[in-house]
Design a protein around this ligand. Structure first.
Ligand code: SF4
Length: 276
């Protein structure tokens, strides 16, 4: 096992908590639509989005979700597995493959090198503009697609609920750069949050269309125990008003918001698909 200290210099403080873990296999079967296999280089996520439900699915302690573990053996295991297993590989589904530690660690990049070697089908989903660094490898993959998650065009609102992630302005710039590089992209608008996603919708649509992206996927807010309390206790959330919490709890309102976002995307010429 390697010492991570050298990787952590100059990275956000959460990175200093990264640990190595060993894994038995590189990929797992996926139950997500459009994906056959999942590949998660990390456990936990320093983006620390308040609405993240991955820790609930992974049965991880929510309070420790931002403590990141890196899968040490992944590139080696992937070399053996990638050429034997067929289908679209989701990179990644239970963490962000381009969270801050990846800038120094390059674990996701090393996995991509193996996937290029195997000429695998890959679908990336991230909230980070760091993905642009790997455009060279992604371009060498057959039919690779890259999704960028955006919940709002407003950097100030995103900071409330996605404290560790790059601001949407950087993600939208990344979307443009990926398209300019010739990659197939889509924007993942989700979770759709009352007073957050609908704020700056015109700017969001203009930026997506202006980036060259032609596809959108939408997803509604999916509350889990303790999640709403975590969201409303974030600094800045109080400015969203007293009806923010009730609206986040209303399935009817959330469904209406998702329809509204889908309609806006379609009106701007985007091909829209609901995530689940
Ligand atoms: S980027 Fe994704 S995996 Fe990471 S905390 Fe946010 S929602 Fe969870």
């Amino acid at each position: 096992m390697r010492d991570l200290d050298s990787f952590c210099e100059g990275l956000p403080s959460a990175a200093s908590k990264v640990r190595w873990v060993e894994c038995k296999s590189a990929m797992s079967p996926s139950r997500l639509p459009g994906l056959d296999l999942t590949l998660n280089p990390y456990q936990g996520c320093a983006h620390d989005c308040t609405y993240c439900y991955a820790p609930y699915l992974m049965r991880r302690e929510r309070e420790r979700w931002s403590e990141v573990s890196a899968k040490a053996d992944l590139p080696r295991l992937l070399r053996a597995e990638a050429s034997k297993r067929r289908g679209v590989i989701g990179l990644s589904t239970a963490t962000d493959p381009y969270q801050p530690i990846e800038a120094g660690l390059r674990l996701t990049r090393r996995c991509l090198e193996e996937l290029v070697r195997a000429q695998a089908r890959v679908s990336v989903l991230t909230k980070s503009d760091l993905v642009v660094r790997d455009a060279d490898l992604l371009m060498k993959l057959p039919k690779a697609e890259v999704g960028i998650t955006i919940t709002t065009s407003r950097d100030d609102l995103a900071r409330i609920f996605e404290p560790g992630a790059p601001p949407p302005s950087r993600r939208l710039r990344a979307l443009r750069e990926l398209n300019e590089a010739g990659l197939d992209t889509y924007v993942f608008i989700g979770p759709i949050i009352p007073y957050v996603t609908d704020a700056g919708m015109d700017e969001l649509m203009a930026a997506i269309v202006g980036s060259g992206c032609r596809r959108a996927m939408t997803d509604r807010l999916r509350l889990r125990p303790g999640m709403l309390a975590r969201m409303t206790s974030r600094p800045g959330a109080e400015a969203l008003g007293d009806d923010f919490a009730p609206l986040c709890s209303s399935e009817q309102y959330l469904a209406a918001m998702e329809r509204m976002v889908s309609d806006r995307c379609a009106a701007h010429g985007l091909r829209v698909q609901n995530a689940f």
